[in-house]
Design a protein around this ligand. Structure first.
Ligand SMILES: [Zn+2]
Length: 110
């Protein structure tokens, strides 16, 4: 997968943008009708982050994760990529990529 855009869904009723894309808006439910598929730039701003010293099985410790806000206020939870670069802080710009297991990963923009 290329890392240039992030596929998301936009609700026609409440205008919220959801990543990853869904059939139904989690806020409005089925009555809002099908969601519109839109592509977002793969850049966002760190809203919060955490580091797990004892991550779930299959992940290396310490595991860093960040909640990143994309365009239209879409929020995604990302893992630190192998090339995450410098430690991040709230407000930092990051680039989002999708790894070989379809997980979102962030990387500091330098
Ligand atoms: Zn909605």
């Amino acid at each position: 997968m290329s890392g240039k855009t992030i596929t998301s869904s936009k609700c026609k009723a409440c205008s919220r943008v959801i990543v990853p894309p869904r059939e139904t808006c989690p806020y409005c439910g089925k009555n809002a009708g099908p969601m519109e598929k839109i592509e977002l730039p793969n850049r966002g701003v760190v809203q919060s982050y955490t580091t797990l010293q004892m991550p779930p099985e299959g992940f290396k410790a310490p595991l860093s994760m960040a909640l990143v806000e994309l365009e239209h206020g879409a929020l995604i939870l990302c893992l630190a990529s192998e090339h995450a670069g410098t430690p991040i802080n709230i407000g930092n710009q990051v680039e989002i990529e999708v790894d070989s297991e379809d997980r979102f990963c962030y990387r500091a923009i330098t």
